[in-house]
Design a protein around this ligand. Structure first.
Ligand SMILES: [Fe+2]
Ligand SMILES: [Fe+2]
Length: 246
């Protein structure tokens, strides 16, 4: 039975990216998937905090350039599949609707530059839209950014999308369906530096946030798949995988 490997991550949030998480991901890719497999990104490549509705003066002063460049550098990891997230969508939205003409034109340039990068790097991508998701050529789960927060996001996402792997919630979790034919949904940890994400300081959901990514195997013939989360233990700082410490 031919099994293909895949690695999924998301939520690096531009220049808020965690250098440690990036190093762990690259090391894991090189050691576990040295002969290639699928690399997927499930959104929030950029942070675009300065474009947030209700952004503070401090957030607006950050601008978008460093955030943009850090997001593009993150693509060097080698993703071939990507879905945009709600933070990325701010850029596309500002490029179309900002009432500040200079900002609108600048964002339109960055949108064009991003789409050129995706094309140059042969990345298959989808916008942030409730009806859009990625799948692998072998089949398997849907890959999305995610639209549901709350206490049990994997349960909520499974009820809408069926088998899926998603980001957005910055917190690894699993849902196992009580069905004769199985069914699972997984949320991922984030690749951003959680301490640097000051906008969520008063958000209780942040207590569940962890750094992490995930990996899986998919059968080339049947599309049958398995998936596991990797996450950093906030107490010990160890990166825990089902095979042990990374
Ligand atoms: Fe995010
Ligand atoms: Fe998000």
């Amino acid at each position: 039975m031919a099994l293909k490997k895949f690695i999924v991550c998301g939520d690096n949030h531009g220049d808020l990216v965690s250098g440690e998480a990036t190093k762990k991901l690259i090391k894991f890719r090189d050691e576990w998937m040295p002969r290639g497999g699928h690399l997927l990104h499930v959104g929030d490549l950029f942070d675009m905090g300065s474009l947030r509705k209700g952004a503070s003066d401090e957030e607006r002063q950050r601008g978008v350039s460093e955030d943009f460049q850090a997001g593009i550098r993150f693509l060097d990891i080698g993703f071939k599949f990507l879905t945009l997230g709600n933070h990325d969508a701010r850029l596309w939205q500002a490029a179309e609707t900002s009432s500040n003409g200079i900002l609108r034109e600048h964002c339109a340039d960055l949108v064009q530059a991003t789409e050129r990068e995706f094309k140059k790097r042969k990345i298959q991508w989808v916008p942030y839209h409730i009806g859009r998701y990625l799948t692998l050529p072998e089949g398997g789960p849907k890959f999305l950014h995610g639209f549901v927060a709350g206490q049990y996001p994997a349960t909520g996402m499974h009820s809408t999308y069926g088998d899926c792997i998603f980001g957005h919630v910055h917190s690894p979790s699993t849902f196992n369906a009580k069905r004769i034919d199985g069914g699972q949904a997984f949320s991922l940890g984030c690749m951003a530096d959680i301490e640097a994400m000051s906008y969520a300081e008063r958000h209780p959901g942040r207590l569940k946030w962890r750094n992490g990514f995930g990996f899986g195997l998919i059968c080339e013939k049947t599309g049958r798949w398995n998936f596991w989360n990797v996450s950093k233990d906030p107490e010990t700082g160890d990166w825990i995988t089902p095979m042990g410490i990374l």
